[in-house]
Design a protein around this ligand. Structure first.
Ligand code: NAD
Length: 511
């Protein structure tokens, strides 16, 4: 994606280029700012995917006010009925899967089999969350007093503001919108400026599935320009951000000022441990997929591989050989393994870190440059890059790059590997390859991360288990599974006294 201002030479918007609007109160509306931006295909920036609204505070205020009004009715719709609309949305997504996957590849570059997976994740999340519509359980407990009934019920919060990144532009909005909606909340969502189309496609599907006007609203635009007014708005009761740790810090501090619920899902620098006894072929396959899937642009990407010395050389040689064979190109080509960086700035970040790695003295064994040639000249392509003999303290081993750059670190054994894995600012995902059950269980216990995989790479989360991380990866909340319902509801304890007399808790104790 690139904006008007950043537009590379050769881009032509034609009369045929589609203009997309914000969706507020059940209508497609232009931004009150009168401004727009272009969404470009990162594999070929001559293609304008669409023109989108460059919204401002006035659009945010409009959307939030609309969501606030809609909440009055939506909260009273029985949860099982709300859930039926989610179920219907999943059915519609199945029918539209190919179309939406292709749109997603065009706007963010990841290969078509992965964008199909992104839409599938939204489908899975819809089906799972629809089931929760009949399961919003709360505890009913015996009262300590006679003729008194005690229970707790879940209540929706009101308007939820959602701010999402570009790397999973339909799956991540679905993790936020589905649980918020089934619980009876209304929402305003702001997708990343690189991927507005996929989130618009998702919101359109929710509308087509019968979600009433005003319940879900989408405002497109840039970072803090519209993100900040969303987080500051007094009518917003919950903020959910998935993005970088730097933005999470800003959003978390702002949300705290008005005591909003705030869920932050942030960066990662995920380790894969490979021990001497591992199935090496399996580990190599996992490393390749974990490091270069989505062009390394996953919060859970395998960005550090910690290898025991007995298999170190063999593993490194083979990984480099396989990385060199990866086919890089336009993700719409089914035979392509890895697409471009999402935008020029991400590509520059990748190249900057490659230089840092070389300057730090890590051994660069393949890649390390922007790809050139007819197939690459109009896109943001970086070759899959492997650094070996990386010291765990180097910046390339500590900082999130978010590109196709993997750092290989030698280790002495399990204890040393876990120490290296944990010695990091982040704590999202982790993995270990070993055939030794004792070592696997030790790693499950001691890796300090929100997710641990055994004999699989650091990517591959399923929607019905908690998703999130420790330390600078977040603020303790989890998406996915029941944790998401916890975030989008608050408890109300209800006591019903049918004794017809004043019974004082803790004082009038029946003998
Ligand atoms: P980003 O932080 O730059 O942007 C995320 C969203 O925040 C975008 O919609 C952006 O427009 C908005 N934003 C930017 N500045 C803002 C501000 N001041 N106030 C409010 N909103 C603002 O992240 P990105 O580049 O879109 O995505 C990559 C990052 O997201 C990586 O760090 C990655 O690890 C992280 N991520 C985390 C998870 C997770 O679940 N933990 C999942 C995917 C991506």
């Amino acid at each position: 994606m690139a904006t008007m201002e950043q537009k590379p030479a050769g881009v032509h918007t034609t009369a045929k280029t589609k203009v997309f609007k914000n969706f507020i109160g059940g209508e497609w509306v232009e931004s009150r700012t009168g401004r727009t931006f272009e969404n470009l295909n990162p594999a070929d920036t001559r293609e304008v995917v669409g023109i989108f609204q460059k919204s401002g505070k006035e659009d945010v205020d409009h959307a939030i006010e609309t969501a606030k009004q809609a909440f009055r009715k939506w909260r009273l719709v029985p949860a099982p009925r709300r859930a039926e609309m989610l179920y219907k949305a999943s059915e519609l997504l199945i029918a539209r899967k190919e179309e939406y996957a292709r749109d997603m590849t065009r706007e963010m570059g990841k290969v078509i089999k992965e964008t199909r997976g992104d839409v599938q994740e939204a489908i899975d999340c819809g089906y799972y969350t629809a089931g929760e519509g009949r399961r919003l359980f709360g505890p009913t407990v015996p009262s300590e007093l006679p003729n008194k009934f005690a229970m707790a019920i879940r209540q929706p919060l009101g308007v939820c503001a959602m701010i999402t990144p570009w790397n999973f532009p339909m799956a991540i909005p679905s993790w936020k919108l589905f649980p918020a909606l089934v619980a009876g909340n209304t929402a305003v969502i702001k997708p990343a400026q690189d991927t507005p189309l996929s989130t618009l496609n998702f919101v359109k599907t929710l509308h087509d599935a019968g979600i009433p006007a005003g319940v879900v609203n989408i405002v497109t635009g840039f970072g803090g320009e519209i993100g900040t007014p969303m987080v500051e708005h007094p009518a917003v009761r919950a903020v959910s951000l998935t993005g970088s740790t730097a933005v999470g810090r800003i959003v978390g501090q702002e949300a705290a000022k008005t005591f909003k619920h705030c869920s932050l899902e942030l960066g990662g620098k995920n380790p894969m441990i490979v021990l001497d006894d591992a199935n090496l072929d399996l580990a190599l396959e996992g490393a390749l997929w974990g490091a270069f899937g989505t062009t390394g642009q996953r919060c859970t990407a395998t960005s550090r591989i910690i290898i025991q010395k007995g298999v170190y050389k063999k593993f490194v040689d083979e990984l480099v050989a396989r990385a060199k064979k990866l086919k890089v190109g336009n993700g719409l080509d089914e035979s392509v393994d890895m697409g471009p960086a999402v935008n020029s700035s991400q590509m520059e970040t990748d190249l900057k870190y490659i230089k840092i790695g070389k300057d730090e003295g890590a051994k660069m064994l393949c890649g390390g440059h922007r790809l050139e040639g007819e197939a690459y000249n109009h896109g943001w392509f970086v070759a899959p890059t492997v650094f070996a003999d990386v010291d765990p303290k180097m910046r390339i081993a500590q900082e999130e790059i978010f590109g196709p750059v993997v750092s290989i670190i030698p280790c002495d054994g399990l204890e040393n590997a876990i120490e290296i894995a944990n010695d990091i600012e982040y704590g999202l995902s982790s993995s270990i390859y070993t055939k030794d059950v004792n070592k696997a269980f030790t790693a499950m216990r001691d890796l300090y991360a929100g997710i641990t995989y055994i004999n699989a790479p650091t990517i591959g989360a399923e929607v019905h288990l908690p998703f999130g991380g420790t330390k600078a990866t977040g603020n303790g909340h989890r998406e996915g599974g029941i944790g998401a319902i916890d975030f989008y509801t608050e408890w109300k304890s209800v006591y019903v006294d049918y004794s017809d007399k004043l019974q004082r808790a803790q004082i009038d104790r029946p003998e």
